[in-house]
Design a protein around this ligand. Structure first.
Ligand SMILES: NC(=O)c1ccc[n+]([C@@H]2O[C@H](COP(=O)([O-])OP(=O)(O)OC[C@H]3O[C@@H](n4cnc5c(N)ncnc54)[C@H](O)[C@@H]3O)[C@@H](O)[C@H]2O)c1
Ligand SMILES: [Zn+2]
Length: 379
């Protein structure tokens, strides 16, 4: 083992808590810096299962990445920083812009300032990026070859035309897997902050000779995912709706798709990033390499919970949402030998099983939609 102590910011969150357990199991000492955000952990974090799952195996510091002093204490005697703390709601980021830039960008800047200006023991930085940095991702136009469609137009979507279009000729385009060299053009403030986080870490890491590894996670799901947060995590949102006996409202025509990657695969990829030299200074997509449409996963969940939930395909849409995206995982396969092991059927089964063992959370979905409506972002 090359490293001893690892700092995980946001270590009490979904990915962080799962990573903490894995690292501790492998003999690492883990320190967590987490502000126990109420949106994730509820008003009393001491009751949060996520918190309870790490408090006895890691050194938990309650503090914020927005606070320089908290960073200073957290970095002491640390070999690797895994920077996961972030605000993560794509839709919410469009009307909480200062908050998203403060936590995600300033939070990262404070870390890099300390590494640049103070004595420290940090030998590697792993930063959580996101598929959101690509926006719509990669497509092919019969006339223009590989293209990166722009945000879809309100006027098209209002007519029920949800497909991505060629940015040059406006024709319909065919979906491809998005590779790491695809254009970065986020369609949300969240995506923009992730892109800045990643680039800032890479740039400063190179100048300091501290290797940086960025992981562009696709839609991560699995046990431990917050069931409280109505702003992100479509499988959690659906599950909470189903368990509360509410109908599911599917946006657009239900054919929009995502690359749903199971938490254990994400943790394995992240471990490889921490431990392997071959990962240094690389940005990796982390996904399964295939897309599942939203309607089909909703149907699978309803069947797994054995409920007769009504699934309504509403034609509603959110401005800034992308139509499709799935990862080309050639790079992480070839450089790190990563192979996603959990299929969507297996993963959803494990997730649904875990949800059924949980207390059903109050459903904050309608309120979150009302918020978006008020801001003119939900149609
Ligand atoms: N889950 C996904 O599908 C996904 C996809 C792409 C990227 N990511 C990225 O991975 C990282 C982890 O995501 P997650 O799904 O575990 O999210 P999460 O919301 O479950 O965890 C984030 C953690 O960060 C903490 N936090 C929030 N603001 C903080 C602050 N100011 N200071 C300290 N801690 C703070 C929260 O309390 C929470 O415990 C994030 O950077 C996210 O952008 C996640
Ligand atoms: Zn074209």
């Amino acid at each position: 083992m090359q490293y001893n102590r690892i700092l995980i910011t946001g270590g009490a969150g979904f990915i962080g808590s799962n990573l903490t357990r894995k690292l501790v199991g492998h003999g690492y000492k883990v320190r967590i810096l987490d502000n126990m955000s109420p949106q994730i952990h509820g008003d009393d974090y001491t009751q949060s299962q996520l918190y309870q799952s790490v408090k006895n195996i890691a050194e938990v510091m309650i503090g914020s990445v927005q606070d320089q002093e908290d960073w200073g204490k957290a970095i002491k005697d640390v070999d690797v920083i895994v920077h996961l703390a972030a605000e993560t709601g794509t839709g919410q980021s469009m009307y909480a812009i200062e908050k998203y830039t403060d936590v995600n960008i300033k939070g990262t800047a404070l870390m890099l300032d300390i590494l640049t200006n103070e004595k420290h023991s940090v030998k590697k930085i792993v930063v959580a990026s996101s598929r959101a940095i690509y926006g719509e991702g990669k497509y092919v136009c019969t006339e223009h070859g590989n293209v990166y469609p722009l945000e879809r137009k309100d006027e098209d979507m209002a007519k029920g035309d949800f497909g991505a279009k060629c940015p040059h000729c406006g024709n319909d385009v065919e979906l491809k897997a998005t590779d790491e060299s695809s254009m970065n053009h986020p369609t949300s403030v969240y995506g923009l902050t992730k892109s800045v986080q990643e680039q800032m870490c890479m740039l400063v890491g190179k100048s300091l000779n501290i290797p940086v590894v960025a992981f562009r996670y696709q839609n991560v799901y699995g046990p431990g995912q917050s069931l409280k947060n109505p702003y992100t995590g479509i499988l959690s949102v659906f599950s909470t709706r189903i368990m509360n006996g509410n109908e599911i409202n599917i946006f657009e025509d239900g054919k929009e798709s995502r690359d749903f990657v199971y938490i254990d695969d994400v943790v394995n990829a992240t471990m490889m990033g921490i431990e392997r030299k071959e990962a240094d200074y690389c940005c990796f997509n982390v996904g399964t390499g295939s897309a599942a449409n939203v309607l089909s996963v909703a149907e699978m969940l309803v069947a797994m919970y054995k409920k007769d939930t009504k699934i309504k395909i509403s034609g509603n849409y959110r401005l800034g949402d992308i139509r499709h995206n799935y990862a080309d995982i050639t790079l992480i396969k070839s450089k790190l030998g990563f192979e996603p092991k959990v299929t969507i059927d297996q993963g959803l089964g494990k997730f649904a099983c875990w949800v059924q063992s949980q207390e059903i959370e109050k459903d904050g979905y309608d309120a979150s939609i009302d918020e978006m409506k008020q801001k003119g972002l939900y149609k």
